[in-house]
Design a protein around this ligand. Structure first.
Ligand code: GLN
Length: 196
């Protein structure tokens, strides 16, 4: 199993390390042809406007959409969550427009620009130390979206089929559980394909 980490911006190495510790082969990817033989993709945090612009410049948008159509799981963290959302508050056009959610950027305000919170995450486990940095939250989620975690009543982690999103940075702790959950999603997607 090979999982790519989009290496345009953000904590790429940390994602690669955690995916490897969770049992996957992980590679940093920046070119369209590198996406072809992947079984899953992580889109890290950073600045969503910049990552979106670089994705368009490097012609990565269509190949990532193709991965999604082929049933390959995609995991967006922080800016990555904004990139996979179908609706972004204040933007006319979404970036990849995949997950049936509306996200609000920099949503926790100045007082809580960056903070940590111990989360109980459905399907993943309790007491997950989550690092939030100018984080978005999910304002609205469609009926097919499973909410995995909230902070102050705001949705900060969710799954819709092969899409996984977190408003925080699970790669900035040494807790493997979120990445292990994604690796399992990728494994399951591969089994499904074999059975088709
Ligand atoms: N505030 C950033 C954005 O809107 C996301 C922050 C992050 O990825 N840590 O793109």
């Amino acid at each position: 199993m090979k999982i790519g980490v989009l290496a345009l911006q953000g904590a790429v190495r940390e994602h690669v390390q955690l995916l490897e510790q969770a049992g996957a082969t992980a590679v940093a990817v920046k070119r369209a042809e590198q996406l072809r033989d992947l079984d899953g993709l992580v889109i890290p945090g950073g600045e969503s406007t910049t990552i979106g612009k670089l994705m368009r410049e490097y012609q990565l948008t269509e190949p990532v959409l193709k991965m999604h159509r082929e049933g390959k799981p995609i995991f967006g963290t922080c800016a990555g969550l904004i990139l996979i959302a179908k609706r972004v508050e204040g933007l006319d056009e979404p970036h990849l427009g995949l997950m049936d959610i509306t996200v609000k950027r920099n949503a926790f305000g100045r007082q809580r620009e960056s903070f940590e919170a111990a989360l109980n995450i459905e399907e993943i486990g309790d007491n997950f130390q989550a690092v939030f940095i100018r984080a978005p939250y999910i304002e609205q989620a469609g009926p097919g979206v499973k909410v995995l975690a909230t902070v102050d009543g705001k949705i900060v982690a969710a799954r819709e089929g092969t899409l996984l999103g977190a408003a925080f940075h699970p790669e900035l702790t040494d807790d493997l559980r979120f990445h292990a959950y994604f690796v399992k999603m990728v494994q399951e997607s591969m089994v499904t394909k074999v059975n088709l």
